[in-house]
Design a protein around this ligand. Structure first.
Ligand code: BG6
Length: 512
């Protein structure tokens, strides 16, 4: 993986779906932040493409509004104007092949005017039905062929809906682009704190020796959101939490937590190791799905006097929808390091707080000397890696309560990113866009890994489709999901960790 200070070669970034929400909310503010940090190449332009008939100027105004709302950077107006001058726009009907001549001509002209070396990055931020179509039409205009300059293609999720559709999409893309030109985004891999899992594990001598079945009791990953589906009901109806969060974001975190040390910090070395983890996932039997996979859907409730809608009352959602907004599951990784260690992962919308964290629960001591511990969780040391918010790490360990006898109490050793002098944690899209510009695919998902993960999801998708007896539990908005999710956690008195907004607030009080 290359250093951030490296500058990419001049190029044009072509965003398909430029009038969409992602462009305004994430992509353009991320590019602006890179510009402010002087990380964009000097010869650089963005060409927005979508159906809406607007001019360069109107596009610039819209993007400027997006930056004002969504970038938290401090800047002078002049800087913003300089950045906006790099934005251009061409309206086309993306599903109509002849229109791509307009893109080719515009790129030709921009390239000549700005001297961007015929280097193009295409970003697909469109409805997924266009993912196979746009590359085909680009290839008809020879825009896929690197020869004069580099050609890369970034694809947003969802990458397929199951193994079959993901494999079809991979095959289709590979007709026009080679694997090393393809950059499949999983924005969780762009998160600073997710990357820190690798640094925690592989640059400290104290964690890795314990990072295996001999010392780890179980691993838990939670990604909770307090928001509901907002205005994305239409999309979410065809997706659900399994496809939206589990197959990609949560499983990618599993890959980083469970992988073997790579031989070098090189994109293929790292992605080969995460791939081996995915290949070692124990296939779930229909009984496993029944017993160890819990799905739920939020129902209306009242939180602090505020009435919250149930999922079925959301806009564009079927009033009888069976789409899950919560999933918890238990599984195993059948390899030498993790044999017999349960992994628990869960994700849901309308949970009490927004939090993502990885918890490594260590085994308790072989013999307990100090009376009886209160709860099983108390006897296990825990390492909490907080992905968001209040990014940081926390280690729980036992300490003698001062005074007579030997009373034991659990205390926290914690580190918060906010304690660092330089507390700026870049947005995931900044990192990912920059990596693609530099030609570094380490933090992008490889086609074979995506398919492997769909393979693992297959039995769950199949069971839910075929067996309508598998319950979909309603859970009140603002709760931690169906309480039956507690039952899948194995072991006397063990349960999920119920995290708070702040990393170190747990136990007695908790700010949500
Ligand atoms: C997206 C999902 O990929 O990730 C959304 O489609 C979800 O449903 C989002 O809200 C969560 O991302 P983050 O970065 O806010 O945790």
């Amino acid at each position: 993986m290359k250093e951030n200070i490296e500058r990419a070669s001049g190029h044009i970034l072509i965003i398909f779906g430029a009038s969409g929400d992602l462009t305004r909310r994430k992509l353009i503010p991320a590019l602006f932040n890179l510009f402010l940090k002087d990380l964009l190449p000097e010869k650089f332009a963005v060409l927005g493409v979508s159906r809406t008939e607007i001019s360069d100027d109107v596009f610039r105004t819209k993007m400027s509004e997006g930056i004002k709302v969504h970038s938290d950077a401090e800047y002078e107006e002049e800087k913003l104007d300089n950045f906006l001058r790099k934005l251009y726009y061409t309206p086309i009907d993306t599903s109509y092949g002849d229109d791509y001549v307009k893109i080719k001509d515009r790129l030709h002209k921009l390239n000549n005017d700005l001297n961007t070396g015929s280097n193009y990055i295409f970003y697909l931020s469109t409805p997924p039905s266009l993912y196979p179509i746009i590359p085909m039409y680009l290839s008809k205009q020879d825009l896929n062929k690197s020869g004069t300059g580099f050609r890369r293609l970034i694809i947003e999720k969802p990458f397929g809906y199951d193994l079959k559709t993901a494999a079809e999409l991979n095959n289709k893309l590979l007709e026009y682009f080679s694997e090393d030109q393809l950059y499949r985004i999983d924005h969780y891999l762009g998160k600073e704190t997710v990357q820190n899992v690798l640094v925690t594990r592989f640059s400290n001598g104290i964690f890795e020796p314990l990072w295996n079945s001999k010392y780890v009791h179980h691993v838990e990953i939670t990604s909770a959101e307090s928001i509901g589906v907002e205005n994305r009901g239409g999309y979410f109806e065809g997706s659900g939490t399994l496809r939206d969060m589990i197959q990609n974001h949560l499983m990618q975190m599993v890959g980083l937590v469970a992988m073997e040390p790579p031989s070098s910090f090189d994109s293929n070395a790292i992605r080969n190791e995460t791939m081996k983890v995915f290949q070692s996932l124990r296939k779930l039997s229909p009984e496993d799905v029944l017993k160890n996979v819990i799905r739920g859907q939020y129902i209306n409730s009242s939180v602090r006097g505020e009435k919250m809608k149930g999922y079925r009352e959301e806009k564009d959602v079927d009033p009888n929808s069976r789409t899950e907004t919560f999933v918890a599951l238990k599984f195993y990784i059948d390899n030498w390091r993790w044999g017999g260690v349960p992994f628990y992962i869960r994700s849901g919308k309308r949970l009490p707080t927004r939090v993502t964290e990885i918890v490594i629960h260590f085994n308790k001591t072989p013999h307990w000397l100090f009376g009886h511990y209160q709860t099983a969780a108390e006897a296990n040391n825990q390492l909490v890696i907080r992905i968001q918010p209040d990014e940081g790490m926390l280690l729980k360990f036992a300490m003698k309560v001062p005074g007579q006898g030997f009373q034991v109490h659990n205390v926290n050793m914690d580190f918060h990113y906010s304690d660092l002098k330089n507390t700026y944690v870049p947005d995931a899209y900044e990192r990912l866009l920059l990596d693609c510009m530099l030609g570094d695919p380490t933090l992008y998902t490889r086609g074979d890994a995506v398919e492997e993960l769909w393979k693992f999801m297959g039995p769950i998708q199949e069971a839910w489709e075929k067996n309508s007896d598998i319950p979909l539990y309603g859970y009140p908005s603002g709760s931690w999901g169906p309480d039956v999710a507690d039952n899948i956690v194995e072991g006397e008195q063990l349960t999920w960790r119920y995290p708070c907004k702040n990393l170190s607030d747990d136990g007695l009080y908790c700010e949500l």
